[in-house]
Design a protein around this ligand. Structure first.
Ligand code: ADP
Ligand code: MG
Ligand code: MG
Length: 252
């Protein structure tokens, strides 16, 4: 079953062309990694998929479970199972992490036609899911991400993922800023959450993450396009040789 199908996608930000014809197909049960140098368009692609208003689609098509993704408002995308873990998770002062998670979780249940969980039942659920990322329950009563370290923010993103059980999880540099122990915890969390019905798109600079979350496909993005696709060995080759050798002549 195809979860995400991207065809010849072009997009711009503030009038600058950033994505220049992206093609990608992700099926249920697959883990895809996108690697590539800084500024190649990786975060632009993830924000566009999540529905960030600054990113304008210029051409091409994106189907999510067979339907035009761009017909869905950002909230509908999230409720219908698309999850984006941001490269820079947002802080929301004054909103407790627990309340934030409950609202997001219940919005999804509502979308599925299920009854909302009350505060007590949700509390039980969230405490069980804390285990996935070995997070201290004290983080539930703090404002969302406020004063969290880089690693704590990333764990909090995976906690959201553990609650929302997305069909398509897009993780944008979830490994950056993690020490080795946190990287293992976050990777373990992601691995626990993958199953034959869902898919993961991992965006990363570093091969290291892919030792822990083993991708079925590795794509290299450069200059707003996917230049080449391989398996996990491509990531090792990139680690050794960098990106320049992939660049076709005449492409900036
Ligand atoms: P990556 O995640 O691969 O490092 P990005 O998608 O963040 O790359 O950025 C791709 C290019 O788009 C960069 O040249 C960046 O400067 C540009 N860009 C991204 N967001 C904006 C924006 N809001 N305004 C102008 N340019 C942007
Ligand atoms: Mg980025
Ligand atoms: Mg799996």
């Amino acid at each position: 079953e195809v979860i995400l199908s991207i065809k010849d996608l072009t997009a711009e930000v503030d009038g600058n062309s950033i994505l220049k014809g992206v093609n990608l197909e992700i099926k249920a049960g697959e883990i895809h990694a996108i690697m590539g140098p800084n500024g190649s368009g990786k975060s632009t692609l993830s924000k566009l998929l999540a529905g960030h208003p600054a990113y304008k689609v210029k051409g091409g098509e994106v189907l999510y479970k067979g339907k035009n993704l761009f017909d869905l408002e950002p909230e509908e995308r999230s409720r219908s199972g698309i999850f984006l873990a941001f490269q820079y998770p947002l802080e929301i002062p004054g909103v407790s992490n627990l309340d934030f998670l409950r609202v997001a979780y219940n919005a999804k249940r509502q979308h599925l036609g299920e009854e909302e969980l009350d505060a007590f039942d949700f509390d039980d659920l969230v405490r069980e899911r804390l285990d996935v990322v070995k997070m201290d329950p004290a983080f539930l009563n703090r404002s969302v991400n406020e004063g969290f370290s880089g690693g704590e923010k990333k764990r909090n993103e995976i906690l959201q993922m553990a609650l929302l059980e997305p069909t398509l999880a897009i993780l944008d540099e979830t490994d950056s800023g993690l020490d080795i122990d946190a990287l293992k915890i976050v990777s373990n969390g992601v691995n626990q959450l993958t199953n034959p019905e869902n898919a993961v798109l991992l965006i990363t600079h570093y091969q290291r993450l892919l030792d822990y979350i083993v991708p079925d496909y590795v794509h290299v993005m450069q200059g707003g396009r996917i230049l080449t696709t391989g398996d996990k060995d491509l990531a090792l080759e990139l680690e050794e040789k960098g990106y320049d050798w992939l660049q076709p002549a005449g492409v900036a």
